[in-house]
Ligand binder design. Sequence first.
Ligand SMILES: [Zn+2]
Length: 272
Amino acid sequence: MEPEQTRRQRLYRVSAIVLKRRDQGEADRLLTVLTRERGKLTLLAKGVRRSASRKAGHIEPFTHVDLLIARGKSLDLVTQAETVAAHRMLREDLWRSSWAYYVVELADAFTVEDDPQALLFDLVAETLERLNQGAEPALCVRYYELHLLGLVGYQPQLFRCVACNELLRPEVNFLSIERGGALCPKHGANHPQTIALPLPVLKVLRFLQTRPWSEVTALQISPPTAGQVESVLARYIVYHLEHTLRSPAFLERLRGQLANQGSGRAATGQPG
Ligand SMILES: [Zn+2]
């Protein structure tokens, strides 16, 4: 029999969000979880696909769960699971579910294993909570994208020109994704690699970047501006994922969405 102390050393607790899962063997599942204490982990949950499993209901996608883990030879094992927040609406409402999948896929794509980032964990947990409680999904997810970029080291500079460092004036400015921020008209106009940033788009991006969520909920954005904000952020994200190559499949889907946005605008933006 192994001494109690050895047994305890083999166990650890984490606060986790289930990012994805896949079946393994007859009754097991492999889980990818984002934890507050240890970053992203891959864990084995044994027997969870048996109907009698007590762990099963606790380790569904998007669930915020406390886990007791045992170190294993190759993979660590889930030994106990207790739900902190089930986020039931995110699984039952197909539309909200698709937003929640995007949130966890983006977190997965921008993180590596065993690199703990408590603030990132909190951001993902709060975003899922907001979506589950009925927050406007697009607003919630744009806020998430901008804050996630900041936390993983790609915060766009939206107040000063990244070329001359002058404060941007209230006019049409530009964005260079490669250079990580906005450019004044002098440095950004007539450049093939920059994106025009009309003032309403810049204002929304700044608001999302700097204000707390409680203020962001009151934000009213016109559909064209919301579309541009979405497109700018998607391009920013695709660029950085391409340069880290952490999640090729997810990247393909994002590229597909961007292409659809482009064709959608082309189809509706040319009346007569
Ligand atoms: Zn400049």
